[in-house]
Design a protein around this ligand. Sequence first.
Ligand code: GCV
Length: 718
Amino acid sequence: MFKKIIFFLTFSIVFCNNISANDGYNLWLQYRFIENASLREEYLKALEKLSPSGNSETINIALKELDKGLSSMLGSEFSSTSTNNNGNTLIFGAKANLPEDVILQLGNAFNEINEEGYVIRSYSLKGKNHIVITGNSDIGVLYGVYNFLKLLQTNKSIEKLNIIDSPKIKVRILNHWDNLDRTVERGYAGFSIWDWHRLPDYLDPRYTDYARANASVGINGTVLNNVNANALILTPQYLEKVEALANVFRPYGIKVYLTARFSAPIEIGGLKTADPLDADVIKWWKEKTTEIYKRIPDFGGFVVKANSEGQPGPQDYNRNHVDGANMLADALAPFNGIIMWRAFVYSEHDTTDRAKQAYPEFVPYDGQFKDNVIIQVKNGAIDFQPREPFHPMFGAMPKTPIMMEFQITQEYLGFSTHSVFLPTMYEETLQSDTYRKGKGSIVAKDLDGTLHNKRLTGMAGVSNIGNDINWTGNPMLQANWYGYGRLAWDPYLSAESIADEWLRLTFSNNKNFIEPVKEMMLNSREAVVNYMTPLGLHHIMDTGHHYGPGPWVSNLSRPEWNPVYYHKADSLGIGFDRTPTGSNATEQYAPEVAKVYNDLKSISEKDLLWFHHVTWDYKLKNGKTLWDGMALKYQEGVDQVASMIKTWNQMESYVDTERYNNIKMLLNIQYKEAKWWRDACLLYFQQYSKRPLPEGVEKPSQTLEYFQSLKFPFAPGN
Ligand code: GCV
């Protein structure tokens, strides 16, 4: 018996360790051992020798990554240092460093890719089968290497490769809303990964791992600090630290950017004004920019949040966004830096409809911004809601570069506790038709520049990364970092393909795992919409932290800070009338789009209450009254989470214990919170509808007063 126990323990330690211990730190770069012997054999045969061309730091990183990935996936039979000159070889390097006979194999391929693109091609020479990974730059090669490794990770054949790929968007950037004290605004994965106190001398290995993860999905920029900026980041004391990070990121193709506080000339420059037309202010920014480029020659530029939510800006001096952005653009232009000027602006002076505020501050100025200014627009006109119609500025400024700002962190979507797969939401916006140049003028085309022939293109994602061991506070949400990166590279990708790929890389290639979990991911965004804000409801979260429901909140000093402003529930009905009978926000869209939104017959019910105030007895397409339909949607959301739990509970044998349990516990919290949302919202709205809950909707477990009494003074990310 004793012997048996010893055997069992030894067996468990030796064979089951891998499956039980996985903290998620390695993200989608798991490089699991390939169990299928014949597939392993195929790979080993094709990779008898690795042959790097060029000796830059980037090429060395590519070699290290291949070594790491292949050794781990192919086991001890693989040797990265083999000198077998007669073997099948994987050669990788930029065009400039490739031998002539290899270049000959590539024909026109180099003309088909841009500076960051790559080619992976199989070819035969002297009776041997080789593979070449190349590009016009070393960074292109590194992207190719990550994509080559992905083929093996997803168990694809590498026999007849001919892959040609380039990023469709130039600036593919993460925005960290990280503060210098290491708190993260709207961050739910611990504290900031930037250890400002110990920088520049202490370089946490996480910085390299961060760069590696980003490069593996094609992200090429990072804004280190919060858009609610602290001017201190621009002082020598901090620039030295920024420089240290830039040095770590550079060989991974990642440029560093900073947010610029518009009043910095006053706060750290000793000037009396920050007026963008003032000669001393102009000089100060030019000198500051020169100082930054002396340290960081490839510094990317600035992001600016101006005249929004109390941030300083040009309007403080009776100037406009063009004046502010162009002044900074001039300072950056000699160094090829850019300004990402945010369109997330709303002032307390116009309270008719917050959704309408950005458009008139920017669109009339189309064509007046300098070439190195790009306007950063959130996906929707309010603020990162579970569902928003696309922002009317997309497609509307043919002469001005426009970039997307998506939120990866889940400020309004249940924080990092809720497993919501966001690429579904990103895809919905990217595929939305602006009709600005007729049918088919989808948002993605404005972003990649093809709609209006724009040169400077970009996409920003507000990061969900923190110092939690698994980076994102929930292993499932790594998919949103990954998926954002993939869509920034190619905004036409489907959420389905991204989920498939991510699951294979991160967990397993087994279709019994992939299919159900993929379905669970693809439905997860609709679930959160249903249990929080169905049928076009929006911004009914609790005050400040935005955690949990707060549709009753009506006591905040500015009207548009209050949920009651957005849902407008009354005894007759509910919803925000944005048609010509209301705020007429729909006029900011192309006429074809406005027509669809204005008409109750054509509008999608998903957007109904965003654009219309309808009666409680309004008939939905399924014949139910609005009240019944809304209540049933809340219930559907809860049921969807229950079914996510059911799916996950069947996955235990495919996932290591650590991540399995981690996700399981989080899903259970999500279920509890989905019920909380349903009960609190329905009880509140029922006061106005005065109708019973329809059959099929569970009875609330508590009273409205109870839900209203809940307080969360220490909710994270606030
Ligand atoms: C960084 C919302 C968030 C703020 C955020 C702001 C922005 O209002 O609640 O935390 O500030 O958006 O995007 O600037």
